[in-house]
Design a protein around this ligand. Structure first.
Ligand code: 0A1
Ligand code: ZN
Length: 878
């Protein structure tokens, strides 16, 4: 284990490094269990640091072979060394060259941080603090150096030798070995270093930048999977072009490489010029991938590529600034997808995701600001708050200062800070300059955790022809932040007249809006010259990440659902009506009362299946009810997941009963005709078809199940096959068992498809799910060393199965906590992430809450908890 350091890191304690590293020369002699790494560092004291300081280098489980300064070996008494640190008390006070030789064991590296070996390939993962598992280093993002990397390995096992930058030399060595030398001219922090070596297939293409630079594009995959890399390649080219057109950003090396690996802790990593991906986010072919896979690959390729400017050229001063690169890059990839696909559908699915993950995080014990002030383990801060809320803050800024000032601010940021390691203050200052606004209060979005709750009231005065909107904002306390202050909320609103057209907004005799600055506890806006009572459409396009309650009646909302010109709020209005209904139904279930009728929901949902509906992707969003998690968050406390499930199932059953014919007709109408294409329009038709199927099969209805089974068998593409299997998995029928067995039989040797099979079973609300999950875990196809497999079985059970994870007997909690304990030593990062499913435990009803707490306490008392797991458990219980 890494030496445990219980001391937290605080933003307030930031100090510049006492030393700088200008050049790094790395030499890797690859051996599975004894790789030699020689690092030659050209260093000098940092004028901004402490002049007489010792040189203290970070390490993690390292073995030092030798160290020398300017060629002279350091004697034992000149340094102080442990696996986690190398300290030289009296380094030279001018420029010097430090040479360090370490020996590492990639084959034993199950944590998948640093250099590790999987499937006979070598891969690195250095963000956030993995480089220190390769050599002793100033492993902090504000130390930027130019890297030259020589990699040597056996030709048969590692014909491909890659690192960052451009290839400058390669050659043969004795003993069947060869080498390659890579040089990256762009100074970078150590977390962006990468090395890949293995026997890989490659797909090649090229791109010419606007400035005329020819860039070789290469996607490396397992041999035999080259045809599955073509979509990733197209996505790279599209990303490069889009970043030039929309942000004026051009690529800056002669080669851009993507490598797909099967063992990876996260989604992907933006190492300079050599992005490493979880293969799940690279590999796709019509036979093996769903529409969702195609969309994810496009978005994640874009995300990693966009980091080249937002993250790599301009990086973070310290890890507290993580949202500087992540929030901004998520914002950029969301915009890319919006431009390539449907903007409203992308917005809706991003907001669903934000609410499901980030709002849930913000409402529970793991809540933290977009820019935390303190951390014990930085790996645990790659969170929905840093990523998704971080992106929302930027989106809001754009709405608030306007497109032109926003674009000018981005240009200024790129100009001014290229090559630097920056803070959020430096980023925000660019927009203050271009917009002329005071962004002091804006910074609260970065410092204050919690989701602001907005209550809005509206009133029409017919005689005065005025319409008043009054809103208040309040943010509840979060861990470590008992009191909150108002934030700057851009409230985008419209007033929809009885004819469905927007009323002209006039305030104080002037044209006003549609963006209103809501920066105090209460905002009151009186609109004038309003001839008839309008309905307020608030927070159009989800203009701020707030939780809204309003006095709009269901009639008002259903009117908006039909007539609002803002597609997001058309969708939102029906969701709100359904959510209100589901909350009331859940109460009824718990109190043994019968559930009230709300036929207008069926009427509105039915419109999504109308024969003349052309935007199927949007219609599919309209037809998808709020999730069980949405209902749980709306209820907020004393949550009974079983009651929510029953209420939601009841509503689905009623929709099936009242819309049956329309659903059948839509299902038929949307049947596939031609060959498979993952384009957004075709994917939208499939999504709407599955939404119809899901309702038809609600409650295990026979005809629906038969249709799902029919679709499963006849499926000509993976989306239909997987989605029909998912629908079948919801009820205990022979068809379900038959289809599951068939799937395993067809795709047993395709790990990514089998991950879907594991996930579908783990997410089923049937009461025997946990028994099944345990049985699957014991089967030979389960592999605790593969993070994708762990996530698809245990991760999905914890995160996507509200009723079975929250079993009243507490077995679900004990199971997930038990797996986290098992993974604690071999892969602490994955273990800690599994515990994310406990983020809402405090909102549960008392019996479940006690069982969840018991499981967490048992885990807390486990010996030798890794810092990753210990940090989550401690915060979850605090
Ligand atoms: N920067 C990456 C995410 C990432 C973070 C940590 C990792 O360590 C295992 C890996 C990847 C991104 O935003 O895509
Ligand atoms: Zn990222």
């Amino acid at each position: 284990m890494r030496a445990e350091d219980p001391r937290p890191v605080r933003l307030a304690d930031y100090r510049p490094s006492d030393f700088l590293i200008d050049e790094v020369h790395l030499d890797f002699d690859l051996e599975p269990s004894a790789t030699r790494v020689t690092a030659t560092l050209k260093m000098r004291p940092n004028p901004a640091g402490d002049a007489g300081a010792a040189l203290s280098l970070d390490g993690d489980e390292l073995k030092l072979i030798s160290a020398a300064i300017d060629g002279a070996p350091l004697a034992a008494d000149e340094l102080d060394v442990s696996p986690s640190n190398l300290r030289i008390a009296n380094p030279p006070r001018g420029p010097f060259e430090l040479t360090i030789v370490t020996e590492i064991d990639p084959a034993a590296n199950t944590r998948l941080m640093g250099l590790y070996r999987s499937n006979a390939s070598y891969t690195t993962q250095c963000e956030a603090e993995g480089f220190r598992r390769i050599t002793y280093f100033l492993d902090r993002p504000d130390v930027l150096a130019v890297y030259t990397t020589r990699v040597a390995g056996p030709k048969d096992e590692t014909p491909v030798l890659l690192s960052n930058g451009n290839l400058v030399e390669q050659g043969e060595l004795d003993g069947g070995r060869h080498f390659a030398v890579w040089h990256d001219p762009h100074p970078k922090p150590s977390y962006l270093f990468a090395l890949v070596a293995g026997d890989l297939g490659v797909v090649e293409d090229s791109f010419t930048t606007v400035g005329g630079r020819g860039v070789a594009l290469k996607v490396f995959v397992e041999h035999g999977k080259e045809d599955r890399a073509l979509h990733a390649m197209e996505s790279i080219k599209a990303s490069m072009k889009w970043d030039e057109e929309v942000f004026g950003r051009e690529y800056d090396l002669d080669v851009f490489m993507v490598v797909a690996v099967s063992h990876f802790n996260m989604g992907a990593m933006e190492n300079k010029g050599l992005n490493v991906f979880n293969d799940k986010y690279v590999l796709a072919s019509p036979e093996t991938a769903t529409d969702g896979d195609y969309a994810n690959i496009e978005a994640i390729i874009a995300h990693e590529y966009f980091h080249n400017w937002t993250g790599n050229r301009i990086t973070c001063r310290d890890w507290f600034q993580l949202c500087l690169k992540e929030g901004l890059t998520v914002f950029r990839d969301q915009e890319f997808t919006s431009d390539r696909r449907s903007r409203p559908v992308k917005r809706i699915s991003d907001v669903r995701n934000l609410r499901a993950l980030q709002f849930a995080e913000d409402a529970g014990p793991l809540a933290h600001p977009v820019r935390p002030q303190i951390y014990h383990e930085i790996n645990n801060f790659y969170t929905p708050t840093v990523y998704e809320k971080g992106a929302e803050v930027i989106r809001m800024l754009k709405v608030w200062i306007g497109d032109d000032a926003f674009r000018a601010g981005m240009d200024l940021y790129f100009d001014r800070h290229d090559g630097e390691a920056c803070t959020i203050e430096q980023f925000v200052a660019c927009f203050a300059e271009t917009s002329g606004r005071d962004l002091t209060q804006w910074m609260r979005w970065y410092g204050q955790a919690g989701t602001p709750e907005v209550i809005a009231r509206t009133a029409y005065d017919a005689s005065a022809r005025t319409f008043t909107v009054e809103a208040t904002q309040k943010t509840r306390p979060t861990p470590g932040q008992p009191t909150k202050q108002p934030v700057v909320i851009p409230l985008v609103l419209g007033l929809v007249g009885p004819d469905g057209a927007d009323v002209d907004l006039k305030v104080g005799g002037e044209k006003a809006g549609p963006v209103f600055t809501f920066d105090r506890e209460t905002l009151r806006v009186v609109f004038e010259d309003v001839a008839e009572r309008p309905v307020a459409s608030l927070f159009r396009n989800f203009s701020a990440p707030v939780k809204l309650s309003s006095d709009l009646t269901n009639d008002d909302l259903l009117f908006l659902a039909a007539r609002d010109s803002d597609p997001f709020n058309r969708w939102q209005a029906l969701q709100t009506v359904a959510l209100r209904h589901l909350v009331q139904s859940t109460d009824a279930v718990r109190e043994g009362r019968s559930i009230a009728e709300e036929p207008r929901i069926a009427e509105a949902v039915g419109r999504a299946f109308a024969p003349d509906e052309t935007d199927c992707a949007y219609a599919a969003q309209v037809a998808s009810l709020p999730s069980e998690g949405d209902v749980a968050r709306e209820i907020g406390e004393n949550v009974d997941p079983e009651a929510i499930h029953r209420a939601r199932s009841e509503l689905k059953g009623r929709l099936r009963d009242s819309l049956g014919d329309a659903l059948e007709a839509a299902f038929e109408r949307l049947a596939e005709t031609g060959p498979y294409s993952p384009d957004p329009a075709s994917a939208g038709r499939r999504a709407l078809k599955v939404a119809a199927l899901d309702l038809l099969a609600a409650g295990g209805a026979r005809t629906g199940v038969e249709r799902a089974h029919g679709l499963y068998i006849s499926a000509g593409n993976m989306t239909d096959r997987v989605m029909s299997l998912q629908v079948l998995s919801l009820s205990a029928t022979p068809e379900r068992e038959e289809a599951l067995a068939d799937f395993a039989q067809r795709y047993g040797d395709d790990p990514l498809l089998m991950d879907k099979w594991f996930l579908i079973q783990a997410s089923s609300p049937l009461p025997d799910t946990l028994d099944r999950v345990e049985a699957l875990m014991a089967a030979p196809t389960f592999d605790m060393k593969n993070p994708n497999r762990v996530r698809s079985l245990i991760g999905a059970f914890g995160a996507a199965n509200p009723t079975q994870f929250n079993r009243p007997d507490g077995r679900g909690y004990a199971f997930v906590a038990g797996v986290a304990a098992e993974l604690n030593t071999s892969n602490p990062q994955v273990a800690a992430r599994l515990l994310g499913s406990f983020r809402t435990w405090r909102a549960l009803e008392p019996t479940r809450r006690a069982k969840a707490e018991h499981a967490l306490r048992a885990l807390a008392s486990t010996a030798d908890l890794s810092p990753d797991v210990a940090d989550i458990v401690r915060r979850a219980l605090a």
